[in-house]
Ligand binder design. Structure first.
Ligand SMILES: *[C@@H]1O[C@H](CO)[C@@H](O)[C@H](O)[C@H]1NC(C)=O
Ligand SMILES: *[C@@H]1O[C@H](CO)[C@@H](O)[C@H](O)[C@H]1NC(C)=O
Ligand SMILES: CC(=O)N[C@H]1CO[C@H](CO)[C@@H](O)[C@@H]1O
Length: 273
């Protein structure tokens, strides 16, 4: 498969040259990110360093930071407050203890089959039942053409070889920086029903990742989800942060929380070279 992946990588390269952003160490396009190199002085200062890349470029964090102003499903105003500090040292507690409350489909997250199939929900196909073997392993970061949603035609044009089980689709959503805008944007790029159906029928992809809050285009919202989730073999990872990373083959690692009964979960995903 390695040679196939390499072939695919070469095949996709012409796309990527125009849209791949510079992969500088400082990752200037992610707000709140400092230089990733840790100097001796910084190690001793009380200013934390927030990183997008670890291990000298070996590990990319492709999860979004949870922020009050991040977009949330079909809302004008963004997520809003999701963390509270009911026990604080400033008010005499022995330790600081925060509480959080947020929709399970917030930020970078995973969908379980119970999300759109009520009988799966009742039967218990929650995020705790998702296969970690699907969520962890070799896969591709692929750029899709910027002038379309992900239709069957687009899927065909990507020539993703059989045997590839995990693909992260980078779209116009990343270029438009939609995950950095509080206001939900219905014009995001996602799969049409035919695109989803084509992927299910013609590829071995079991992990589908995308760079906004839904893998399904707004106009095909439920039909696309149904195509993907009916077999319960495909796992959807949404709102990935795919800025500033070269397309190609990586080791993908995603871990949802073991939320019993939940059809969605925040998820931490990384890419390793
Ligand atoms: C501490 O308690 C005061 C009085 O109840 C409250 O106004 C303040 O917000 C609290 N501060 C923190 C950090 O919890
Ligand atoms: C994708 O589909 C949405 C509707 O779901 C539409 O608003 C948007 O313009 C489409 N994007 C492209 C690039 O065609
Ligand atoms: C580590 C931690 O959570 N520290 C918090 C303790 O509580 C104060 C407010 O009382 C916060 O400002 C700190 O961030």
């Amino acid at each position: 498969m390695t040679s196939l992946l390499l072939f695919l990588f070469l095949l996709l390269s012409p796309f990527s040259t125009t849209i791949a952003a510079a992969s500088s160490a400082a990752y200037p396009t992610i707000p709140g990110t400092a230089d990733t190199s840790v100097s001796a002085a910084e190690t001793h200062s009380l200013t934390p360093i927030r990183r997008e890349v670890y291990g000298g470029g070996r590990i990319y964090d492709i999860s979004h930071r949870y922020r009050n102003d991040m977009p949330t499903w079909d809302s004008e105003d963004g997520l809003g407050q999701f963390l509270w500090l009911p026990g604080s040292m400033k008010n005499g507690s022995l330790a600081n203890n925060s509480e959080m409350k947020l929709p399970t489909h917030t930020g970078t997250h995973v969908d379980a089959p119970g999300h759109v199939f009520d009988h799966y929900f009742d039967a218990g196909f929650d995020v705790d039942t998702l296969d970690l073997d699907v969520l962890n392993g070799p896969g591709l970061l692929v750029d899709v053409p910027r002038d379309s949603n992900i239709t069957a035609e687009v899927m065909k044009s990507l020539h993703i070889p059989r045997g590839v089980r995990r693909v992260l689709f980078r779209t116009l959503n990343t270029d438009r920086r939609l995950m950095f805008k509080s206001q939900f944007d219905r014009s995001y790029v996602g799969f049409t029903r035919e695109g989803a159906k084509w992927l299910v029928e013609n590829t071995d992809i079991k992990l589908v990742g995308i760079d906004y809050l839904s893998v399904a285009a707004w106009t095909d919202l439920i039909p696309s989800h149904l195509e993907f989730l009916e077999s319960r073999e495909i796992i959807l990872v949404e709102a990935l942060k795919l800025d500033d990373i070269q397309p190609g083959a990586y080791s993908i690692h995603c871990l949802p929380l073991r939320l019993l009964g939940a059809e969605g979960s925040p998820i931490r995903c990384i890419l390793m070279k």
